[in-house]
Design a protein around this ligand. Structure first.
Ligand code: ADP
Ligand code: MG
Length: 664
């Protein structure tokens, strides 16, 4: 009952499209929830202004007229009789609908109202009238090649097939909260008939997701608790002091405080569990480096896990430089590392001759064994799921754990999610750092942007350019970067080297481009968003972001943080034709916390927890910020559930939990 082939119209081609949406079964179709809803109620055309959104029903009053443009596009127009008015409708590229648009047929059109021309510029036509009740349309994410309409039809059929659906909310809890039945909730979420029902369905589905999430979190917390007993390390203050003194810069006060907190944790016989938060560029790495140094003095190994290979390489290079006057043996372990090198690293870790390993999740794979892992650091920790973290932690005998994040998570959320964690904040930027000056420009002002780029190049500074991003089609993304590169070569290629970085390149290629940029052999680096959080090229002083409207504020802030990493004045130019209001805050503040709060406010958890990433932080429907009340309820219920040892009584729950947290 779960095979996609059971649904009419789904063949190999459609299956492929659906797989891009992570839909592989009838169940997946049902779990592909609308990402928003549109309430369709009849507009009052007499109170509409120019370009207002309009939803209007009526009867077709003239045979549609099709005008065909060169290149296959077309424009169709007809008259619509609505109430006691007659208006015009035009719609582009739907000529194929003409046979259905017969005189006197009742339809609804949705679009923009052109008051001057008495015309609706329609984006959609629905083949029925509106009732006097507002109608709720579900809007789905889809992919190139798969129309919303077809996707909607497949989902309707999937619901009709009634595949087996597991309800994870334990009966007593469902009764207690008067939750509606799951099947009913799923039907409503796709085809709501009124807002009230929709709310109930949402709460129920969100609760289920959050309850399962909190079960996992609580089990992990419990397990961590039983291991809090750690090994106290000795702090050789004289050595630490002289190491700090020999750093190429003076630590800021906040860095000193963070170091103090961490060394205190390390020297206690409780295992450290600390989150180090600090805005991009605030200097978290060096704080971690000092902790690693203390581990080394105590003959303990450290492992540092970062989300991407480029970032791992960069950390490796930076940290090697900071340790150049010591004998610390540092290795880089990424997917790309050769087999032979890997084998030798595994051996070195097992024998204890490697003091520090830096890498992606490769450092926590099962075959990696450590002689005595004392410290685990995860950088940009919000991008890892809860599971990955715990499995790395379990590698050492109660190692100290330090999470680093540039994305400030409000304290309440951090505590709810990670449990008993201590937090250190780096709030001030290193001395001499100048605020990045940010401008917002319209694409029409490109000339000024090019002038600004030229100005920086003349000063021998380097420039990042983030290429425009087209949703849902990787190929056209690539086309875009290529085109942009050619344009930049035309403009600057004579005197400057233009490099390019995109997601389709191999790690080795990316690495070599990043190296050239870091060595100032490339002056302008054009890139899709693969310039990672954490990349550190001090001589880069200008960041240009095309199509800035497509990014969340937090992402823009992270991107902007690639510049302004030294005492050079740095700039960021955001290019956008729309959403000036939303983007304005970027020109007003460099404070990541403020920006993240604004992002939070505007779009719920947004990309803060990396919804699109895999890992336990991705939710289908729940939103950690907006649904905080439900989260707390789910948290309390989950705690009681675990304390009463009920998991064993619910095989479905047990299975999910086992799959994701390895109960042992
Ligand atoms: P992030 O917190 O974003 O990870 P990094 O640790 O990469 O920041 O530091 C950003 C840059 O600032 C690095 O080039 C680093 O060498 C430099 N830096 C760190 N601390 C200081 C300091 N106290 N004074 C001057 N520069 C510093
Ligand atoms: Mg960093």
């Amino acid at each position: 009952m779960n095979d996609l082939n059971l649904i009419k119209g789904i063949g190999p081609k459609t299956s492929l499209y659906l797989s891009k949406l992570d839909i592989y079964s009838v169940n997946d179709l049902i779990n592909h929830f609308p990402f928003r809803y549109e309430v369709l109620s009849r507009s009052d055309i007499f109170s509409l202004k120019q370009d207002d959104k309009i939803v209007i029903d009526g009867f077709i009053d003239s045979i549609p007229n099709i005008f065909r443009f060169r290149g296959g596009k077309n424009k169709m127009s007809f008259r619509l009789r609505t109430g006691n008015a007659i208006i015009n409708v035009i719609i582009f590229n739907r000529g194929f609908l003409k046979p259905n648009l017969t005189i006197n047929r009742e339809i609804t059109v949705i679009g923009k109202w052109d008051l001057v021309k008495n015309t609706v510029v329609a984006s959609d036509i629905i083949f029925e009238g509106l009732s006097d009740q507002p109608r709720i349309e579900s809007i789905y994410h889809t992919t190139n090649g798969l129309s919303r309409k077809n996707l909607r039809r497949y989902i309707d059929e999937a619901l009709m097939l009634k595949p087996q659906i597991i309800d994870y909310i334990p009966q007593p809890i469902a009764l207690q909260h008067k939750f509606i039945d799951k099947i009913k909730a799923l039907n409503i979420i796709h085809r709501p008939s009124n807002i009230n029902d929709l709310k109930k369905a949402m709460i129920r589905l969100k609760y289920e997701e959050l309850f399962m999430f909190m079960l996992k979190v609580n089990i992990l917390k419990q397990r961590n608790k039983s291991k809090v007993e750690g090994h106290a390390k000795e702090i050789r203050q004289d050595k630490v002091d002289s190491f700090i003194k020999n750093l190429p810069f003076e630590l800021t006060l906040d860095q000193q405080t963070a170091v103090h907190d961490i060394l205190k944790d390390i020297s206690s016989n409780q295992a450290m569990n600390r989150l180090l938060q600090g805005d991009v560029g605030s200097g978290k790495t060096v704080v971690a480096v000092i902790a690693i140094y203390v581990m080394y003095l105590n003959k303990y190994q450290s492992a540092m896990m970062v989300p991407t290979e480029i970032l791992a390489r960069q950390h490796y290079e930076n940290i090697k430089t900071l340790f150049k006057d010591t004998d610390i043996n540092i290795k880089l372990l990424i997917g790309n590392t050769s087999k032979k090198e890997k084998a030798s690293i595994y051996q070195g870790l097992e024998e204890g001759v490697i003091d520090l390993v830096i890498g992606t999740h490769a450092v926590m794979q099962d075959m990696v064994a450590y002689l005595n892992l004392g410290l685990v650091i995860t950088d940009e920790q919000h991008r890892f799921g809860v599971n990955q973290r715990s499995s790395l932690k379990s590698k050492g005998s109660r190692p100290d754990v330090l999470y680093m994040s540039a994305t400030p998570i409000p304290r309440t959320y951090a505590l709810t999610i990670y449990g008993d964690m201590n937090i250190s904040n780096i709030k001030t930027m290193p001395k001499n750092r100048k605020e990045i000056i940010t401008y917002l420009k319209h694409p029409k002002e490109i000339k000024e942007v090019l002038e600004a780029i030229h100005k920086e190049l003349l000063l021998h500074h380097q420039v990042y350019v983030v290429a425009p991003l087209i949703e849902e089609s990787e190929n056209s993304d690539l086309e875009n970067v290529n085109k942009l590169k050619r344009q930049f070569e035309l403009a600057f290629g004579k005197n400057y080297k233009v490099g390019m970085l995109h997601g389709k390149m191999s790690t080795a290629e990316k690495g070599s481009i990043m190296d050239s940029f870091a060595n100032n052999e490339i002056n302008i680096l054009i890139s899709t968003t693969v310039i990672e959080v954490g990349i550190d090229v001090k001589n880069a002083t200008l960041m240009v972001i095309f199509d800035a409207k497509r990014f969340g504020l937090s992402t823009l802030h992270q991107l902007r943080g690639r510049v302004g990493r030294s005492d050079l004045q740095s700039y960021c130019i955001l290019i956008s034709d729309k959403e000036k209001e939303r983007l304005k805050i970027m020109t007003e503040t460099n404070d990541g916390f403020e920006i993240s709060e604004e992002d939070f406010r505007l779009r719920g958890q947004g990309d803060l927890f990396g919804v699109k990433q895999s890992g336990d932080m991705s939710f289908k429907i729940a939103d950690l910020k907006k649904d905080f009340k439900i989260l707390i309820q789910a948290k309390n219920d989950a705690e009681i559930f675990i304390n009463n040892n009920l998991i064993g009584k619910y095989p479905h729950i047990k299975e999910v939990i086992e799959r994701s947290v390895n109960l042992d």
